[in-house]
Each structure stands twice: as C-alpha cells, then as structure tokens.
Design a binder for this molecule. Structure first.
Ligand SMILES: [Zn+2]
Ligand SMILES: [Zn+2]
Length: 178
C-alpha cells in the first residue's frame, strides 16, 4: 500500500548516556520529512512533521515522551476535492535493551544497541494511524452517482431516489451506444 525509500531516516539518537546515568534528560525538537511517501497514488504529507521528544533516564531504561503534529493533504474519499487536516499524537515509551515476556506490549521499545531511530518511530506511527477514510468534512455529501456533480456545491436535478446507481451506470452506457 505504501512505498518508502529506506535511508530517509537519520534522526538516530545514541542512548548510551541515559543508560549510564540516573539523571540524564534532554528535550529534542526536530522535523521529519515524509513528502516522498506515497500512499495509494498520492503524496499526503507535503509538510514536515513537527516533533518534540523528551528522553530521560529511568532505572536501567529510558523514558521517551514524544509528541508530533502533521498535516494530511489529499483528495476527499467522497467528493475528490483536495482537503487538508491537521493531526497530533502524543505517546510515551519505555526504551529497554532487553525485553521480558511481560514487556511485549506497544509501550516498550527494544534498543539492543542503545540506538533509537526517532524518524522511523514517527514514520511508523503516522502510517499506522493513517485514516482509512479521509473526508473533507464529516458531512461531505459526495458526488452524484449519476451526473458526477459535487453535491457540496449544490444539488443536481437527478432523481436519486428511484434509480439504483449501478443500473443507472448501465443505462448511461446503453445510451452512449445508441
Ligand atoms: Zn468531500
Ligand atoms: Zn446528478
């Protein structure tokens, strides 16, 4: 469904000092460029993802609080007009160098070599959360199945109640043949 060029991601943080110390703490701000990411034939992330991450030592592990906001811009699934929507996410993780059985929920990140690829984390969250239905507004009226008019811009004169749109498509095909 999506393509990605590996090598785009280079926000790699060395976590060594957070594992060695008890009170190391840093706050990072950066952006992730996803404009090359193609999903179903469109490039829905023309603007950089803005990320704020906090890293903190925590008893042989590292706490990561990460927040990011991004914009999806793509055609509405109903009316095909290009629409833009802003999303934001906030997640907390515990980064460990080895996983116990009971740690295997999404809250833990395994970093055996004490390296954390933040770009990849942001990328996979954004892709996982990508909406299966993207609408310009929740009450988008879509297109008339008969004439293709954008019904958000006004009603057309087709009688939508009586005709099954699938039969109508057939009828239009027949008309064209005559
Ligand atoms: Zn729409
Ligand atoms: Zn119509």
């Amino acid at each position: 469904m999506f393509k990605c060029e590996m090598g785009l991601y280079d926000m790699i943080v060395n976590l060594e000092k957070y594992f060695l110390s008890d009170d190391a703490e840093d706050s990072l701000q950066f952006s992730v460029d996803l404009k090359e990411i193609e999903i179903d034939g469109v490039y829905p992330f023309p603007f950089p993802v803005k990320v704020q991450a906090n890293l903190k030592s925590f008893s042989n592990s590292v706490l990561l609080d990460i927040q990011f906001s991004y914009i999806i811009q793509k055609p509405c699934d109903r009316c095909l007009e290009v629409a833009k929507e802003e999303y934001s996410e906030a997640n907390s993780y515990v980064i460990v160098t080895a996983l116990n059985e009971e740690d295997q929920d999404g809250r833990y990140i395994l970093a055996e070599n004490k390296l954390l690829n933040l770009d990849e984390l942001v990328y996979s969250s954004v892709i996982t959360e990508f909406p299966t239905k993207f609408l310009c507004s929740s009450d988008c009226k879509g297109l008339c199945p008969m004439c293709g008019q954008n019904l958000n811009e006004g009603d057309c004169s087709c009688d939508k109640k009586q005709v099954d749109p699938r039969l109508e498509v057939l009828r239009q095909l027949m008309d064209h043949k005559e």
